[in-house]
Structure formats: C-alpha cells, structure tokens
Design a protein around this ligand. Structure first.
Ligand code: TRP
Length: 335
C-alpha cells in the first residue's frame, strides 16, 4: 500500500513554459516529487479552449511542455507525466460534474472573468472555455490528488474543484478527495513589462528555453522603478520589477542585499543592475538548457515517457470512474 500523498498539477500546452510557470508551480513540483506520489498533466484538451481553430499546433506544444518539465528536473522515474486527451475518463467525469455545476458559478469564477478580459473573449465565450474549471476539477479528482501546486491565478479554479467535490460526495457517496492548493514562493511573477503577470498572450514572457542572447535583450528592455531616471537617483527596489526578478532568481542573497543598498543610495544604476540580472538568469537557466538539449536530441525517449506515464495513470482513472458510476448508480449491469 502506497502511503504517500498524491500531487496532481499541470500545464496547458499553448507554447513553451516560462519563468512564471517555474515560480508558480514547476519549482514546487520538482521539490516535492520524491516526497509525494506525483502526476503532471499536459492539459491538451484544456489548451483547445483557445486553440480549437488550429489544433495541429498541439502536437509540438505537448512535447515542448514535456521537455520543459523534464529540463527543470522532473524525474520521469518518480513523476508520472500524462497526456490529458489520452485519458477519456477525464472527459466522462467532466460531463457528470457539469450536470450539477451552475453556469452562474462559472461566470462568477474570478480566473475565468480575468481570462475573458485578457483574451478579449467578451461576447464570444465558448461553452468549453466557460466550463474549463469543471474539466480541471475532473483532471484533479480522477487521480484522487491531495495537493495541487499552482500559480496564484489558479486559486479560484481549485476552490471550484473543492466545491464540486463536496457537492458530488454529498449528492452520491463519499468517493472523491477535496484537494488543497499550494502556491509557489513568488505567487505571481510580473512580466517584463512590469505591470501584468507573465503571460504569453501579453508578450511579456521570458521562456525557460530562451538563449542567453534573448535573455540579455529581454532584460535590457525591462521596465524599472520609474522614479529612478539618472544613475545617481535614489531607487525603490521594492517597487522595481528587475529587483523582484533578482529576488526570485539570483541565488546569491548577499549580492541581492548589496544591490538593494546601492540602488537605494544612488550608487548603482539600472543598466548595471540589469546586466547582473541577465547574468544571474543565465546562471539559473544554464543547467535547464543543458538538460533540455539532451531531451531535444532524443524525441523518441520523450514519446516513451508520455506513453508510459499515460498508461500508468489511466489505471487510476479507470478505477475512479468505476467508483463514480457505482456511487451515481449508473453501473446498471455490474454486480
Ligand atoms: N489551468 C492550468 C493553467 O493554465 C493548467 C491545468 C490543467 C492544471 N489541468 C490542471 C493545473 C490540473 C493544476 C491541476 O496553468
């Protein structure tokens, strides 16, 4: 009997993963993978909510997201990586959940509201998009996860999962587990624009797979404290996105303290501060790039990891659905 608690988390494959994914969820999943029975879902069906008109893009993005996870230190011998569309039980459970989840509760969900705004979907919100919290609840509960590491923006979705679980267990039978969310140390990383969260649709992203030239160029264009114009102006590091990145990615806490002191006193200029950030980011990304290269050169190995992981995970999903159907009394010809 495996007594470890279970983690389920995932990413939408809408391109490569970025630093925001890392601080929100990826760093926790790497850290906790030996302590928990861990599953990482590549949510390709959820990605269709915004890619239904070019589904051919998913095939590459599924592999990119798998490689980003592996490059950051997800060990496929201990963590199971799953392709969502290959688990039909998730789709089935989504339908059952959708019978008792009100449209109003979805329309009220702050994550959904925010995404409708950012993606400019108003007046053209698809049924599947509005319902993605329901399918995400199925992702999590079909594997009976206890813990879900996510970025801060996803908290309302996990809250809705908890409500769905309580309602299912109350209506039918106590089959499902109410999961807890876990947010990373930096819950919400601002994008390079310094205003909104890091997000591909806003074009303010640093990818985990960016080259050192791309890092230098993106960091040099970053916004800093608007009150610090000349080198000798006294800066406000606590309001500066560049300083926030130092805190998130510079491993040398002594240097971070020194940067802060010299910024406040007007000794350190933004250009030099950004140079140091680019160097720190490159140092952080170097081992990730190296590991990614190994997987990029072995696409067959990546395929195997996904196929094997999905096969293993599906057994759990099949067994949960048997319990679900039995709780709902729709297993007419069994036992
Ligand atoms: N919605 C998540 C995101 O956009 C991705 C996701 C899909 C997920 N299924 C999940 C996260 C299950 C946690 C658990 O980042």
């Amino acid at each position: 009997m495996n007594k470890k608690k279970r983690i389920l988390t995932g990413d939408r494959p809408t391109g490569k993963l970025h630093l925001g994914h890392f601080v929100g969820s990826l760093s926790n999943r790497v850290k906790l993978q030996n302590e928990y029975d861990e599953y990482v879902l590549i949510a390709d069906v959820q990605a269709l909510t915004t890619n239904f008109n070019h589904p051919e893009k998913l095939s590459n993005d599924v592999r990119q997201v798998a490689m980003d996870n592996l490059a950051c230190g997800i060990n496929p011998d201990v963590t199971t990586i799953i392709v969502q569309s290959m688990i039909p039980e998730i789709t089935e459970l989504t339908i059952y959940f959708s019978m008792f989840t009100s449209v109003a509760s979805l329309e009220r969900n702050p994550t959904i509201k925010q995404e409708i705004k950012v993606l400019n979907l108003k007046g053209n919100v698809m049924y599947g998009f509005l319902g993605y919290p329901v399918s995400q609840a199925a992702d999590i509960t079909v594997f009976k996860a206890d813990l879900v590491p996510v970025g801060e923006d996803q908290l309302p979705i996990i809250e809705q999962t908890r409500e769905i679980v309580r309602k299912f267990n109350r209506l039918y039978d106590k089959v499902l587990i109410e999961p807890k969310a876990m947010v990373g140390t930096v819950g919400r990383l601002l994008g390079t624009c310094g205003q909104n969260k890091m997000s591909k649709s806003l074009g303010n992203v640093i990818y985990l797979s960016d080259s050192s030239e791309e890092i230098t160029s993106k960091v040099s264009k970053m916004f800093t404290d608007p009150m610090k114009i000349k080198l000798t102006d006294k800066g406000h590091p606590d309001k500066c996105p560049v300083h926030m990145y130092h805190k998130a990615f510079n491993k040398d806490t002594g240097i971070i303290a020194e940067i802060k002191k010299d910024c406040v006193s007007g000794k350190l200029g933004c250009v030099e501060c950004k140079k140091r950030l680019a160097a720190a980011l490159n140092e952080f990304l170097n081992p990730i790039r190296e590991k990614r290269r190994i997987y990029e050169e072995a696409p067959q190995k990546v395929n195997e990891i996904l196929i094997e992981g999905t096969k293993k995970a599906r057994k759990i999903a099949v067994s949960t659905l048997e319990e679900v159907r039995s709780a709902m009394k729709i297993n007419y010809f069994k036992g």
